[in-house]
Design a protein around this ligand. Structure first.
Ligand SMILES: [Zn+2]
Length: 353
């Protein structure tokens, strides 16, 4: 209802402005027939023909970004589109629907939830059937189960961080548990392969691979300029997932936030530095209680990680999490398996992904 009221208000304002400015009859007629503002906001950045990204902010959740810290991806098939991750709440989901229609001429008829984090999936609420519009909401069974368990608490948490009570009031809409590793689906940009990684960034993280375009979409797994979040994940699982994704040799990458084309290597290097910091601390006799105060090793890109959003809030927790996994391996005498990745093939995307 709020979305309709806002859309109506935006339309009437746009029409009033068009009248005031003496814009053409055609423009006003178009605005009336489509329900779109005469000059729609521009959110979507083209990745390849038929694929667009609305970049989330490379920041932690705060009142200025309203929780929009995870990117949305639209993939067209004719005039319909599949949306990967509807964003942090009802208002953003409605803005996605409107901008897909008004900016790109696309109706979203399928929504894929990449993993069970609030900033990625609470926008599902905008896709409840209304006015003849229906979209199929889908995720893995594990993601649906995690949303069932956590979403009530995580919507309260995102609302607090964004200082936006409307986020807490967003209804939690669960997806169908229909997605699985190995599924293929088609689009105007070619075929997509669904990849599921268990226990990497979260309990279940989906990525999508388009071999024709060598385009990888990996929303939860690839970070840039924002500190990776290990809270529901696994250091070992995430390292393994990134090595597998790197073997695909993507030339374009869409991740959690803008700049993700460099993010696969950067996320991997951060996690390896994290593991090496824990390992050195174990070898020097520090205890688990000291884990959150471990210094970066001298060779690590500590200046780079310290400059990433969320470092002060999350790095200590990430250290403790990695410690819990790596201590038993160190006791067994296992080496830290974190060899450098081969250099990337030439990446063709510099921003907005
Ligand atoms: Zn996440």
């Amino acid at each position: 209802m709020i979305g309709h009221a806002l859309a109506g208000l935006a339309l009437s304002l746009a029409l009033s402005l068009a009248l005031l400015l003496g814009l053409s009859h055609d423009l006003r007629a178009q605005a009336i027939s489509t329900g779109c503002p005469a000059t729609p906001s521009r959110h979507w950045e083209a990745v390849v023909p038929g694929v667009w990204v609305w970049p989330g902010a490379a920041e932690d959740i705060n009142p200025d970004n309203h929780g929009h810290v995870a990117s949305q991806v639209l993939i067209a098939r004719g005039r319909s589109a599949t949306l990967i991750d509807p964003g942090p709440g009802l208002a953003h989901g409605l803005a996605v629907i409107e901008s897909a229609r008004c900016e790109l001429g696309l109706d979203v008829n399928r929504v894929l939830d990449s993993h069970a984090h609030a900033e990625n999936v609470l926008g599902n609420a905008a896709f409840l059937p209304r006015q003849g519009m229906t979209a199929r909401l889908e995720a893995t069974p594990t993601t649906r189960a995690a949303m069932t368990e956590r979403c009530a608490a995580c919507s309260a948490s995102i609302a607090r961080a964004a200082a936006d009570p409307a986020l807490a009031a967003t209804p939690i809409v669960l997806p169908e548990p229909s997605l699985a590793n190995g599924q293929r689906w088609d689009s105007d940009a070619g075929s997509w392969l669904t990849l599921e990684f268990r226990s990497a960034h979260s309990e279940s993280d989906l990525a999508w691979w388009n071999e024709r375009e060598r385009l990888l979409i990996a929303p939860g797994l690839i970070y840039q300029d924002r500190l990776p979040e290990l809270a529901q994940g696994s250091w070992l699982g995430w390292i393994a997932a990134l090595r597998e994704l790197h073997r695909l040799q993507p030339t374009r990458v869409a991740g959690q936030s803008p700049g993700s084309s460099r993010g696969l290597q950067a996320t991997y290097r951060y996690l390896c530095d994290l593991g090496q910091a824990v390992r050195r601390a174990l070898e020097s006799g520090q205890s688990a209680a000291e884990a959150s105060r471990i210094e970066w090793p001298a060779h690590a890109g500590s200046a780079e990680w310290a400059g990433w959003a969320g470092h002060a809030e999350r790095h200590g927790f990430n250290l403790q999490r990695a410690w819990r996994e790596l201590e038993p391996l160190w006791i067994q005498g296992d080496p830290l398996a974190c060899p450098a990745l081969d250099p990337d093939p030439q990446l063709q995307m510099s921003s907005g992904n």
